[in-house]
Ligand binder design. Structure first.
Ligand code: 13P
Length: 262
C-alpha cells in the first residue's frame, strides 16, 4: 500500500499482443474506469499501437508508454526507437530492462543505464525492471542479483536525476507462470531494494521512489499484494490484456471492502 509519499502506480505491459482495433477498444475501457482519485495508470503498448492508444485515452488520466527504447537520440540503428520518438508519438512512460529484453535481446545493466539516461533526458518516466531467475533464488543469490542490477542501472546518476524513476521488481520465475510471489516474498525484496537505494544513492530518494511488483499479478491477488507497505503498485502482463481483470486491478482494495483513493 506504499506510503503517502508515493502515489500508487499500475502499469499494463501488453508485450507483443493485440491488433490496432483491439488496442483501441481495450484502452477505451481502461480510460473509462481510471480516475484521478485512483492510482496512476499507464499502458505500455507495442510501438505500432502508441498512436491509437493515445487517441483512445485522450482527455483522461491514463498515460501511454513504450516497452523499450534505444539510448541514442537518432541514427543508423535499424529497427530501434529513440526516447525522442516515443515522446513525439505521445508516450510519457517507458519500460527499461524488462527481463524478456535482457534474456532474448541482449539488454545488460550497462545498456539499461544508458537507456535510463536517455529516457530521463527526454522527459520520460522510466520503469526500470529488475529481478532474479529461479536458479538465482534457489541458490540464495536474489539479493546479490538485485544489488548488481540496481547499482548498474543507477550508476553515475545524482539523486535529483532519479526523482521520477520507478523500479519494477519482477522475479523472472513469476512472469507468465501463474506463480505469483507471495506478498511476504515481494515485500522482502522491495524492502531490500528500498534500503539499497537509500544506502547507495540517497535516503530521501529511496523513501519517495515507487517500487512496483510484477509477475502473475491478477484481479484476485492484487489486494493482498498492495496491502504490503513497500509495494507501491504493479506492472501487469497477461491480465492487462483482459479489460475487466485489469480494471479490477486498478481498482484494488487495501482493506476489506474499502477502495483505495490514492
Ligand atoms: P505477467 O503478469 O504475464 O506474469 O507478466 C509480468 C510482466 O512481465 C510485466 O512486465
Amino acid at each position: 500500500m506504499g506510503s503517502s509519499l508515493r502515489k500508487s502506480f499500475i502499469a499494463g505491459n501488453w508485450k507483443m499482443h493485440l491488433t490496432l482495433s483491439e488496442s483501441a477498444a481495450l484502452a477505451r475501457e481502461v480510460r473509462g474506469a481510471a480516475s484521478e482519485a485512483g492510482p496512476e495508470v499507464a499502458l505500455c503498448v507495442p510501438f505500432t499501437a502508441i498512436g491509437v492508444v493515445k487517441d483512445a485515452v485522450q482527455g483522461g488520466p491514463v498515460q501511454v508508454g513504450g516497452q523499450d527504447m534505444h539510448w541514442e537520440p537518432q541514427g543508423a540503428f535499424t529497427g530501434e526507437i529513440s526516447a525522442r520518438q516515443l515522446v513525439d508519438a505521445g508516450c510519457k512512460v517507458v519500460v527499461i530492462g524488462h527481463s524478456e529484453r535482457r534474456r532474448y535481446f541482449g539488454d545488460t545493466d550497462e545498456t539499461v543505464n544508458k537507456k535510463l539516461k536517455a529516457a530521463l533526458g527526454a522527459g520520460l518516466l522510466p520503469i526500470v525492471c529488475i529481478g532474479e531467475t529461479l536458479d538465482e533464488r534457489e541458490s540464495q543469490k536474489t539479493y546479490r542479483v538485485l544489488e548488481t542490477q540496481v547499482k548498474g542501472a543507477f550508476s553515475g546518476f545524482k539523486p535529483q536525476d532519479l526523482s521520477t524513476t520507478v523500479i519494477a521488481y519482477e522475479p523472472v520465475w513469476a512472469i507468465g507462470t501463474g506463480k505469483t510471489a507471495t506478498p511476504a516474498q515481494a515485500q522482502d525484496a522491495h524492502t531490500f531494494i528500498r534500503k539499497l537505494v537509500a544506502r547507495t544513492v540517497d535516503e530521501k530518494l529511496a523513501a519517495r521512489m515507487r517500487i512496483l511488483y510484477g509477475g502473475s499479478v491478477k484481479a484476485d491477488n492484487i489486494d493482498s499484494l498492495m496491502a504490503e507497505p513497500d509495494l507501491d503498485g504493479a506492472l501487469v502482463g497477461g491480465e492487462s490484456l483482459k479489460a475487466a481483470n485489469f480494471v479490477r486491478i486498478i481498482q484494488f482494495k487495501t482493506q476489506a471492502g474499502k477502495e483505495r483513493k490514492a
